[in-house]
Ligand binder design. Sequence first.
Ligand SMILES: NC(=O)c1ccc[n+]([C@@H]2O[C@H](COP(=O)([O-])OP(=O)(O)OC[C@H]3O[C@@H](n4cnc5c(N)ncnc54)[C@H](OP(=O)(O)O)[C@@H]3O)[C@@H](O)[C@H]2O)c1
Length: 339
Amino acid sequence: MTTLNRQIVLASRPQGEATAANFRLQEVPVPELQEGQVCVRHHYLSLDPYMRGRMNESKSYAQPQPLDEVMIGGTVGEVVASRHPKFSVGDAVVGMGGWQEYSVVDATIPGMLRKVDTRQIPISHYLGAVGMPGVTAWYGLVKIIAPQAGETVTVSAASGAVGSAYGALAKARGCRVVGIAGGAEKCDYVVRELGFDACIDYRAHADYLSLAKALKQACPNGIDGHFENVGGMVLDAVMLRTNAFARIAMCGMIAGYDGAPLPMANPALILVNRMKIEGFIVSEHMAVWPEALQELGGLVASGKLRPRETIAQGLASAPEAFLGLLKGRNFGKQLVKLI
Ligand SMILES: NC(=O)c1ccc[n+]([C@@H]2O[C@H](COP(=O)([O-])OP(=O)(O)OC[C@H]3O[C@@H](n4cnc5c(N)ncnc54)[C@H](OP(=O)(O)O)[C@@H]3O)[C@@H](O)[C@H]2O)c1
């Protein structure tokens, strides 16, 4: 009997803000398996900010998402059929299955599908803290900021998938960790649940000078390292509080993903404070993934990192959940539960 697969494809490119009309739901049969292929039934689909950049035609570090093709995305699920000797029915796996209920994967290509151990770590965390977002936090902190114990480090979008992992990793290195997040509820969670030393609600500040004042209180010794996820006012405020030889890991600029310009208020501070500012893309640093995943898995398994998730139900909810992520409506890692 043919199994039907529901998929969401990119129907059109956004003009300015992305909308639900840019996506289309379609139904197609799951194809017959060829030798070396594995069929995965997805349990969770990951929604990530980078997907917004790929919806545009313009060239970036990643190729644009082709029109009328399944939206790209990380997935976890179980093998339901296999014609590859290393994968058996029932195996829990992580891959890039996209916005659909099933994927057929050529498992002979290295890195396409990875088995995961769900005995101590829930499968969904392999899309968040013990997956790409966690490794992103690890790379920026360990390889770019490289903090010493006792230094003060900060992060924007602190309650999110990347930000929450960053906090646990920085605490494990003996840093003072200060988050910046949108709203009192998120800030409360960042301090109480994630163990940050302080968290500042940027929405309570009308401009970057006011936010910088609050940062001065939370970071009495200045800022030695910063991990930027947002850009704009948040980055401007942090720049004012940086110490000499501060390091900034440029991870994301979500405040500008829908096209808003993000001018920098005081670029001269880069020189004045002899700062190192380095952008990075986590998928270009595959060599560090095993080490990073091992540390992150240990933090989750030991309860030192308790990541929060926002879970939308069913494939059809993915576009609205994704648009919400771009507006900060998610609280922690944004997922879509498919079964
Ligand atoms: N360089 C890389 O390789 C790489 C890899 C993964 C992720 N990233 C980047 O890392 C960042 C965080 O990703 P994530 O997956 O952990 O997402 P996330 O933090 O779980 O969710 C995004 C968060 O960004 C904040 N946000 C959304 N729109 C905003 C706006 N217009 N202005 C200010 N803040 C806004 C919201 O938090 P608040 O409510 O707290 O503002 C929202 O919850 C993103 O910029 C992403 O592109 C980069």
